[in-house]
Design a protein around this ligand. Sequence first.
Ligand SMILES: Cc1cc2nc3c(=O)[nH]c(=O)nc-3n(C[C@H](O)[C@H](O)[C@H](O)COP(=O)(O)O)c2cc1C
Length: 373
Amino acid sequence: MVNYKGAFVLAPMVRIGELPTRLLALKYGADLVWGPEIIDRKLISCKRIENTKLGTIDFLSTSGNTKIPGVTNLVFRTCPKLESQKLIFQMGTANPELAVKAAKLIINDVDGIDINAGCPKHFSIHAGMGAALLKTPDLLFLILSSLVDQIGKPYNKPISVKIRLLENKQDTLNLVSKLLQSGISNLTIHCRTQTMRNREFPIRDYLDEIIQQCRQNNVSCIINGQIQSKNDYLALQTKYGSDVGAMIAEAAESNPSVFNDSPSNWQSVIKEFVHLSSTFDNWLGNSKYCLLKIIPGKHPLYSQIARAKTHHDLLKLVSELEINTAITNNNKNNNNNKNNNNNSQNKRKLQSDSSKAKLEKKLKINSTKSISV
Ligand SMILES: Cc1cc2nc3c(=O)[nH]c(=O)nc-3n(C[C@H](O)[C@H](O)[C@H](O)COP(=O)(O)O)c2cc1C
């Protein structure tokens, strides 16, 4: 069984949390990764396929028109070899029976089921899902306890929930107290209320009381909201205890290597991202969407990526970026040494030409190799 205690984790993120982002987060030090929220009915409409070519398990929707440009029937893809023991599946639901039915389809391919009780978007709340569940605590309790009894216990897998704060402290503590009786293994608390936006600093005033409640019920607690780095995670553990975990969303959207002591720069991250996307045949529209969240808007590559038509185009663009970066660095070095005599300048040019050729050769080889995470 996975252990959430003190874990440093990738948040559930619709569109962003697909396989390439999750694999990068794991490579760079995330202990666990959440998949993007998938609605119970959508999962129930899926067929489970073992994709032997990619080494993945795919859940393909049997409904919907894939002839419409940009529409894919791939609902969820996991690579057991790289994600096993690390992957939490997040579900959107407002119905205990549908939640159990959907969870049964996927439980053998994931390491835990999490219920989204925090999403403030109209799409979720108008259907009674996400943050709407905070206002129907009996229903949320029933969903969680049904999953614990019918999925968690028989399959020996943890059930968890991700909530937001309510408008006042006592209501939040009462809600937490109720949910902790449902048999869940972990509670993630996004320390903002339903009306607060991500740019607002989270409320952590009574976090220690929530954590205390969790401890008393032997349920782990993960904190979410404005955690930007490993240092932030360690600082929270110093303040609240080493059994408390931390979940990162937006900072990982901009740089999935943020879990590391020294995160990589965006140029390196996009190179790895493109190789993973290509290796695992990620949906092109999704790869581009994620890349554009990582690349600074003003960089020329931004519009080039936006125009790419295939993964091959993306591979070519990141290879060229690497060559251009190497040349720029080389030119910088040359400029720094401008006052040297002509002979040594000519020698450097020859070296730069030969290193460019070497680099191009190396990239050609690398772009055909699959990446190991
Ligand atoms: C692009 C994006 C997609 C998100 N999708 C989900 C989701 O599927 N399920 C969920 O519970 N929260 C979702 N969230 C909310 C995050 O998981 C997280 O609670 C929120 O962004 C606060 O964390 P942060 O301050 O680290 O960004 C999403 C956030 C972003 C930015």
